[in-house]
Every structure is written in structure tokens, then in C-alpha cells.
Design a protein around this ligand. Structure first.
Ligand SMILES: CC(=O)N[C@H]1[C@@H](OP(=O)(O)OP(=O)(O)OC[C@H]2O[C@@H](n3ccc(=O)[nH]c3=O)[C@H](O)[C@@H]2O)O[C@H](CO)[C@@H](O)[C@@H]1O
Ligand SMILES: C=C(OP(=O)(O)O)C(=O)O
Length: 417
């Protein structure tokens, strides 16, 4: 077990390079199964979710070679369409093996996925999509079995806007016969990125990034080279940390339009944000003003950023309300932040935060991935020493988080418990 020891209260200053997007990489890697040959994918973050997926790829017979941030994937010799429980339950994205294996082999046997414990995380919309394409799907002893003689394009209306279901249906439909239309599709940048990757392999997907996606089935997908987009959530975490520590950071290798829901809020709070072509500079500008946040599917404010944002709101002037509209149980971290002096209460789907002058260092735990990012931002912001436990959550989704903060002048060290 490892923990961070952080001495906070210093402004973060300098430049930080953003890694490839976790939620794009975790879909693109299993998607490479759809090509019967070699794909080269760059800008892949070296995070635990990537390593967990590569274990699953190797288990089914895919050859993978991960050099730096580039993965060479050779799917020409797959031997199995079943994923074992102990590999699948380490992360959420194992559900993408369903769409990818079903799409290529018309058969997949994948355990119920793991991932952050942020409420009930059903996969009924994924299953509805696969069934609509003609697959028989059932769950037995915790394993999802999907099988079809052939997949036939279909019209699928998602009852809820779901990133996972949208991507999974795209994967399964790429080589289905005829046209598949996904209505009420998710519009997140990583949905568009996966569609672009599939199109680079020869798929015919139009409309990704809008709420209607049209997929014309093709007979096969070819090898390709692809570079995935920067991580919108990692970028946002550093932008918020710049503001909360009264720092001055240039966040490099970002797509500024992906950051607009956050940029707009930071500006509303009085933070100086300057957008470049592929970078954003964030400058602390005195104590921020309280604002309300409502998490929503893209282009709304991302649910994966409300946790570090709570830190900034916690030291802002006035009362802020965060309303979590995507997950029903994503405020567990508030109790941890209270140990640092956060003045907040949770009422149903809302956290009501009364800003205090400063946070004080304390011993806290990462209750999940983004809660972990919030603890790190809070520890760097708070006066005095903090200890952050349960780093395994943070390591699922952030590449070298402490090194990047050290580069910005943060006093943070990883030590063995
Ligand atoms: C690996 C990955 O990309 N994880 C992200 C993905 O999770 P994930 O793909 O699990 O999230 P979804 O977009 O599917 O979930 C959104 C909402 O739809 C509901 N739902 C979803 C599927 C379904 O079949 N039935 C159903 O009811 C969920 O309970 C939730 O309330 O998108 C979330 C929303 O942006 C992010 O917080 C996660 O970081
Ligand atoms: C909830 C998240 O991850 P996962 O869906 O992989 O659990 C996240 O990335 O914030």
C-alpha cells in the first residue's frame, strides 16, 4: 500500500503536459480487436486501467507491445471470446470487450464490470443495443453472454444518454449488416474519438458528437495508426489546482473546446483563463466567487470533474451548490474533505458548500478515482501536511500525477505505508 505525503499551501507554477484520455484509451484498446491485423495507437496513458486492459487482451490471444505511450496491437490470432472475472472486475471498461468480441466473432462472454463505486451502474442499454442488433444476451453467474448468428443493423433509441452504451453499440455495429442508427447517443469527446478510430480502420460512422449516430456496416476492418485525444478530465484537474492554489499554470496538449464547460465556470468565478490553440493558461486571481454546478452529459459540466471543483468551491466566497445529475452516489468524498475543514452538507443529489477562508492539511482517503484527484488538489491547496491513502484508485486513471505536480512546484511524495 502506498500513500501521498503532501505539504500544501504553495502556488503551483509552470507548464504541464496532459496525457491521452483514459476514457478514450480504454475503449480504443478493446476496439482494436475488430481489426484482424496490427494497429498502432499512440498517446495512450500509462495508467493502471490501460495495463488491466492489456492483461485481458493478452489473455484472449492478442499480441500487445506497449512502448512509451504507443501500443502495438496484433489481433490476428485471438483464441478466446471469454474474459475471466478477476481480470474484468478491476475496471469499468472491460464492458467494451462485449461489443468488440461480439462485433468480430458474434460471441462474447464477459463478467459484470468493476469501476468506481458511484451508484448503481446498470448496463441495460448496452444489452438492449446488442439485442436490437440480433444477439441473444443473458447474464448467468455474473457473466454476460452475448451470441448471434449474424448481426443486423437496427434503430436503437437509448433511454438514457450513456457513454458506455453508445460506444459499445458502435463497436458491435461496425460490421453488422446494413445501417444502425443510435438515437439519444452520448456526445462526449471520447465517443467521437472512438468513432474516428473505427473510421480510420475502415468503419463507416457518421454523426458522432451529435445525438444521432449512423453506422453503415462494412465487411471487415483494416489495420491503422491512430493517436488518441488528450484527457479532458486530467486537464481540468490541473486547471482547478492552478486556481485553488493561486498559481499560474499552462496546461499543454489540450483541446480547449473540450474544456469549455469548465473554462466558463472558472471565468464566472473570477479566475483568469487564457485559451491558446492547444494549451490553456490558468492564473489564480484572488479568492474566487461561489457558483452553482450541475453535472450533465457533454457538453454539460462533466460529472468526473465535480470532485476537484468542490475543493475550489470550498474556499470560494459564498455558497455554492453542486447538483450531480449523472450518478446517484458521487458525494462520498465530501466527508473526507470535511476533515480538511470543508464546510458542506449533502442533501440527496446536491452538495451545498459554504466557502471557508482556507483548508487545513489532514489524513484522508481516496474513495474512488476522481475523489482521489480531489484529495490531491485539496492537499496541495490546504495549509500544512496531508496524507492521502488508497492511491490505487488514483493510479487507475492518472499518469504520474505526483510527478506532474512536483514539476509545478508541488510538495508531494509517494511513500510505502
Ligand atoms: C470508462 C468510462 O468511460 N467511464 C465514464 C463513463 O461511464 P459509464 O459508461 O459507465 O457511464 P454512462 O454514460 O453509461 O452512464 C450515464 C448514466 O446512464 C445510466 N445508465 C448507463 C448505462 C445503462 O445501460 N443504463 C443506465 O441507466 C447510468 O446509471 C448513469 O446514470 O461515462 C460516465 C459519464 O460521463 C463517466 O462518469 C465515467 O467516467
Ligand atoms: C467513473 C470513472 O471511471 P470508471 O467509469 O472507469 O469507473 C471516471 O473516470 O471518473
Amino acid at each position: 500500500m502506498e500513500k501521498f505525503v503532501v505539504r500544501g499551501g504553495k502556488p503551483l507554477i509552470g507548464r504541464v503536459k496532459i496525457s491521452g484520455a483514459k476514457n478514450s484509451a480504454v475503449a480504443v484498446i478493446p476496439a482494436a480487436i475488430l481489426s484482424c491485423s496490427r494497429c498502432v495507437i499512440s498517446n495512450i496513458p500509462r495508467i493502471n486501467d490501460t495495463f488491466y486492459l492489456l492483461d485481458m487482451m493478452e489473455y484472449i490471444g492478442v499480441k500487445v507491445d506497449f512502448q512509451g505511450n504507443t501500443i502495438y496491437i496484433d489481433s490476428s490470432n485471438i483464441k478466446s471470446t471469454s474474459i475471466p472475472v478477476d481480470l474484468a472486475n478491476r475496471l469499468r471498461a472491460s464492458y467494451y470487450f462485449l461489443g468488440a468480441l461480439l462485433g468480430r466473432y458474434k460471441e462474447a462472454h464477459v463478467p459484470m464490470p468493476g469501476g468506481c463505486n458511484i451508484g448503481v451502474r446498470p448496463i441495460d442499454q448496452h444489452i438492449k443495443g446488442f439485442r436490437s442488433l440480433g444477439a441473444e444476451v443473458y447474464i448467468e453467474h455474473g457473466i454476460i453472454h452475448a451470441k448471434a448468428d449474424k448481426l443486423i443493423g437496427s434503430n436503437i433509441y437509448l433511454d438514457v444518454v450513456s457513454v458506455g452504451a453508445t460506444i459499445n453499440i458502435m463497436l458491435a455495429a461496425c460490421m453488422a449488416e446494413g445501417l444502425t442508427v443510435i438515437e439519444n447517443a452520448a456526445k462526449e469527446p471520447h465517443v467521437v474519438d472512438v468513432a474516428n478510430f473505427l473510421n480510420a480502420m475502415g468503419a463507416s460512422i457518421k454523426g458522432a458528437g451529435t445525438d444521432v449516430i449512423r453506422i453503415k456496416g462494412v465487411s471487415e476492418l483494416r489495420p491503422c495508426e491512430y493517436s488518441i485525444i488528450p484527457d479532458q478530465i486530467e486537464a481540468g484537474t490541473f486547471m482547478i489546482a492552478a486556481a485553488s492554489t493561486q498559481g499560474d499554470i499552462i496546461v499543454d496538449d489540450v483541446i480547449p473546446t473540450h474544456m469549455e464547460p469548465l473554462t466558463a465556470k472558472l471565468k464566472e468565478m473570477g479566475v483568469i483563463v487564457e485559451e491558446g490553440e492547444s494549451s490553456i493558461r490558468v492564473i489564480g486571481n484572488g479568492r474566487t466567487k461561489a457558483v452553482d454546478i450541475k453535472t450533465l452529459p457533454y457538453p454539460g459540466f462533466p460529472t468526473d470533474l465535480q470532485q476537484p471543483m468542490a475543493v475550489l468551491l470550498g474556499i470560494s466566497k459564498g455558497t455554492s451548490i453542486i447538483t450531480e445529475n449523472v450518478w446517484e452516489s458521487r458525494f462520498k468524498y465530501i466527508e473526507e474533505l470535511k476533515k480538511m475543514g470543508l464546510n458542506a452538507r449533502v442533501e440527496g443529489r446536491s452538495a451545498i458548500i459554504e466557502g471557508v477562508e482556507e483548508l487545513l492539511g489532514a489524513e484522508v482517503s481516496a474513495t474512488d478515482l476522481r475523489a482521489g484527484a480531489a484529495m490531491v488538489v485539496a492537499a496541495l491547496t490546504a495549509k500544512g501536511m496531508s496524507i492521502v491513502h488508497n492511491l490505487e484508485h488514483i493510479d487507475r486513471g492518472y499518469e504520474r500525477i505526483e510527478d506532474k505536480f512536483i514539476q509545478l512546484g508541488g510538495d508531494i511524495v509517494r511513500v510505502k505505508d
